[in-house]
Design a protein around this ligand. Structure first.
Ligand SMILES: NC(=O)c1ccc[n+]([C@@H]2O[C@H](COP(=O)([O-])OP(=O)(O)OC[C@H]3O[C@@H](n4cnc5c(N)ncnc54)[C@H](OP(=O)(O)O)[C@@H]3O)[C@@H](O)[C@H]2O)c1
Length: 271
């Protein structure tokens, strides 16, 4: 039997980090397709314009304010969305941060901050949402990962590790979710032109617009395939590189990023 695929007539979509970047555009595109979209963000400023931008679309956007690192607040947000708007049939865990890691200034705060949002922030939403989906015997979950999950990149020791963890976790959960009629998908985008990507001062090959990325994500949700990664001209190459011996990959990444040309900066301030 095919696993459940979310439909606008069954309930609402919840997207975290929907006030900016990819999340904002996906929220608007889903509202255009008729979805009622609960958008959560920490602050009011970025969400109010999204609500306004959705005026006139077939669906609508409802704002909720919540920090994904706050476990109790995330459970309360699930409750608030379901009370005000209806059952969450599609949950997109998209909120994420990129804090560059420089090995000469390793800091626990950096790793804790990244894991708190990118991994535990997802779990804070996933756990209460899945509990509800389980009682309804259907649901659809989407995790936003990254191609940086495939192998280590300079400065991405924390970010890439959280995205690899998300990929592994989703794959492991899928076996039981299938029995629970809950679909889980992972979207691993390449580089997308957003405030998060703007923090990366190094190479971003095949940088895409948020509009293009969102169109691909919305299409992927409709199709329901387990992993979606784009653009192919970048991501198929990266998947191939995953099979290389480490020595070849280190050599290629050093060459492609010109990383050996970046000096260490002893005394660099710890973040
Ligand atoms: N841009 C890329 O090249 C790229 C590539 C692959 C994957 N991704 C992934 O795509 C997702 C969206 O990123 P983006 O590129 O669209 O960047 P973005 O515009 O910076 O969006 C990140 C969102 O996460 C939210 N967020 C961060 N910390 C949060 C917290 N503690 N609580 C609640 N929300 C929080 C932010 O919301 P507020 O600050 O408004 O609360 C913001 O809306 C992330 O998971 C990112 O890792 C991005």
């Amino acid at each position: 039997m095919a696993i459940y695929r979310a439909d606008t007539s069954h309930g609402v979509c919840w997207i975290t980090g929907g006030g900016t970047g990819i999340g904002r555009q996906v929220a608007l595109d889903l509202a255009r397709a008729g979805w009622t979209v609960a958008v959560s963000s920490r602050v009011e400023d970025p969400i109010e314009p999204v609500v306004k931008a959705a005026a006139g679309l077939t669906g609508k956007i409802l704002p909720f304010y919540c920090d994904v690192t706050d476990e109790a607040a995330m459970a309360a947000t699930v409750d608030a969305i379901e009370t005000q708007a209806g059952p969450i049939t599609l949950a997109i865990f998209n909120a994420g941060v990129y804090l560059p890691v420089h090995a000469e200034a390793l800091s626990m705060a950096n790793f804790r901050g990244t894991y708190a949002v990118n991994l535990f922030g997802v779990l804070n939403g996933l756990v209460p949402t899945v509990a509800r989906m389980q009682t309804r015997t259907r649901g659809h979950i989407v995790l936003v990962g990254s191609v940086t999950a495939y192998f280590g990149w300079p400065t991405l020791a924390a970010y890439g590790a959280t995205k690899a963890a998300l990929n592994n976790m989703a794959e492991a959960l899928r076996y039981d979710f299938e029995k629970m009629n809950i679909r889980i998908q992972v979207i691993n985008p390449g580089f997308v032109d957003t405030p998060l990507a703007a923090k990366n001062t190094h190479m971003m090959p095949y940088l895409m617009s948020v509009e293009d990325a969102s169109a691909r994500i919305v299409r992927a949700i409709g199709k329901g395939g387990y992993e979606t990664t784009f653009p192919r001209r970048l991501t198929w190459g990266l998947k191939f590189m995953r099979m290389w011996p480490h020595s070849a990959r280190f050599a290629f990444m050093n060459f492609a990023t010109r990383w050996r040309g970046y000096p260490l900066m002893p005394g660099r301030k710890r973040e």
